[in-house]
Design a protein around this ligand. Sequence first.
Ligand code: 5GP
Length: 362
Amino acid sequence: REWCVALPKVELHAHLNGSVRNSTLLELAKQLGDKGVIVFEDVKDVIMKDGRSLPECFKLFDLFHILTTDHDTVTRIAMEVVEDFAAENVVYLEIRTTPKNNEAKGMTKRSYMNAVIKGLKAVDAVDVVLFDSKSRTNDTLTCTPTIGLDGDIKKRRIYVRLLLSIDRRETTSAALDTVNLALEMKDQGVVGIDLSGNPVVGEWETYLPALQHAKELGIPITLHCGEVANRKEIQAMLDFCPQRLGHVCCLNDAEWKKLKSLMIPVEICLTSNVMTGGAPSLELHHFADLYNAKHPLSLCTDDCGLFSTSLSNEYYLVAATFGLSKPDLFHLAQEAVQFIFADENVKMSLKEVFKHAEKRLT
Ligand code: 5GP
């Protein structure tokens, strides 16, 4: 496990509000409990519960949003989430979040995102690289983790980029607003669009105009695909051919074959899929099939707070379940650099980070 922590890692599928520390959620719930907005004891039990079904997760997100959706709290959770990933030796993090309008709180999608960015800039424990990295390409090796096996004590560096999520509950026009916001915030660390939210809600045709617009603008796209067996939608998503896909749990043989022939990189979320029933068990998770087929993939946490996991733990689980060796795990982490949405400069920097770490770790 210690080795999996020391391994530099790339996180490509992490939802901001699913990655909040339980201690922070409890603190926020206590404050709202004291104000009489919620009943703290009820909420506490829900937050601390082990194991969650897919419908339960989405009920829980509605609760989390009550706790976290004001500007200051959004700033705080964004800061803490980056600190937590950096403490895991994540060297590149794409954090995704749904920009939210909330009139009562004076919040617009833009002001929500500004609050997120404020949180990323407030991180002090590590060096957060949020914007263009051109000026930094000469000193990439300071990305070397501080708690490496050799006791390196340099200040840690993490590249952070943002994906704007479209929630499946949103209208076409709200989805288009999110895509236009992504374009507007291109120079502020926003590198892509995600489609997420409860998979049994909404229709593909509702989001398609916005996703098509993003495609035309050259904004990379990742889609939550096949969390439930919606044949028509899975087919449409594969036909859309986005830059990446998340989950791909419920694909039938023909869809599986098509995914493999298209070579669309997959964001694999082991713990999340097993907990929510997308995969029957760790042993029977579709990771093995994709890995053996040398399909492009990357291990991710999805919601490390909600599912009590970490990216190091996901690597550990892969080793423990499928027998991958340390060099295999290293290679898996390194390969994920190919699938990031940030520009070539960042890719080059990350390649250096891995090259440097290889000597220590393999
Ligand atoms: P936020 O976007 O508010 O920062 O993060 C929470 C949101 O991410 C949820 O409300 C939901 O829309 C989305 N989300 C988080 N985890 C999952 C998941 O496992 N599947 C899907 N489809 N959406 C998710």
